[in-house]
Structures are given as structure tokens and as C-alpha cells.
Design a protein around this ligand. Sequence first.
Ligand code: KIV
Length: 246
Amino acid sequence: MVTCYDAAFASLIEKTAIDMVLVGDSLGNVILGLKDTIPVTMEHMVHHTAAVARVLRRPMLVADMPFLSYNISIEQALRNAGRLIQEGGAQAVKLEGGAAIVPQVKALVAAGIPVVGHLGLTPQSIHTLGGYKVQGRGAQGDELLADAQLLAAAGVCALVLELVPQPLALAVTKALSVPTIGIGAGPETDGQVLVLHDLLGFNGEFTPKFLKKYANLGELVVQAVSRYDADVKEGHFPGPEHSFQS
Ligand code: KIV
């Protein structure tokens, strides 16, 4: 699984063998320049999900439900998930949290909306967790395993595990019949997810332990735009081959 937020990148991902695409609320940090995911709205999510859905065909498309778009009531969760499916074109929605959101998960699944769960470091709860740090150490691990089992029983079709110790990720993976998808959770989950712009190396300064960069696109973009700028200022572009004589 990889994240994606627009049609340009979706058309490139379409050419790969990636199984699942997530329009993550990480679009707040990655695309909108926000400092965290808390201000991301349903409008942002529908807008970006629809852009991806216009070109994505083969991979399964999952959209994040943003902060407080599903916690107020079951009705609110159904309405907002319905928007991501109907207006956004997603095939499933992802919700952060454990026991507290089980009623919402059951209602969405009963309404025919596939749900992906998300446990461990749940960025929408960053103020409660006190920072972006590994979750589920020590006794907290038992609680996370219990939450995972509750979500599975409620009908999630997959579970994202973010920033949890490898042995805990393995224990959850063994305990569930639905696939686990890890990020910073070691190699033993059923699948992996990374933020597209992180794996492409857009931000040279972002080097968390769990990340592997498969390209250095940030540097390539700076070089390409600088060459264009210099060409224009030095009179090398546009040349005769780029101009219309009649
Ligand atoms: O918003 C996001 O990109 C995510 C992934 C990191 C799992 O939730």
C-alpha cells in the first residue's frame, strides 16, 4: 500500500503492481503544508480522493476519515463515509482508534462500506499521545492486541499498525484473520504502507528510522527548476525549436 493525493501520481501508481492506494489524511502535512492532520476536513478528503479515483483503476482505493468526522455519532460516521465512497469514489474508508469506534465500524460494515482500522501511533490523537513516538510498549501492548481483536470482530477488512514494536505487530498479525499493514512495525505484518512523498525522497531532512527512500526526487526537482530558471535568464530557452514562426 502507498499513499497518493492527486491524479498525476495516481496515473503513475496505476503502472505499478501496488495492491492498495490510501488517500491519507497525511495530505495535511504532505500537500497542504499543515503541521499535523488535525485540521484536515471532509472537503479536503473528498476533493483529493476524487482526483485519485478519476484515474486509478486496478488498486483498491482507501480514503481516510479525517479528525472528528466519525467520533460524534454513528449517523455522522455513516454520512461522512458515504461521501468518501459516493463523491470521492473510494472503495473503503480508514478510521483511527480501538474499542471506542467499534460501534461506528459495525454500522459502516453493516451498510456495505469496507473499513480499514488503524492502531498504534494514530496521528489524529497526537495531543493525547504526546508526540510521534512508538506505541504499545509493555502493558500497552495487551491493550492494543485487545483493540485489534475487537476491530476484527467488528468487521474491519484490514488493519494498519503504525509505529509499534515488531513483536507486538507479529502477535497482532498472528491473532487476526484479516491482513495487517505495517508502517514502522517491522517486516512481519502481512503488508506495508509508506507515504508516497517520503519513499520518493521529497524531503531530504525527513529521515525517520522506519523509512526507506527509493528515490531522491526532491533534489531532482530543485535541479530541474534551477536549470529552467537559468536557461530562461541566460536566453537559452525558448530556442527556435520551441517557437512558432507562423
Ligand atoms: O494518513 C496516512 O498517510 C496514514 C498512513 C501513514 C497509514 O494513515
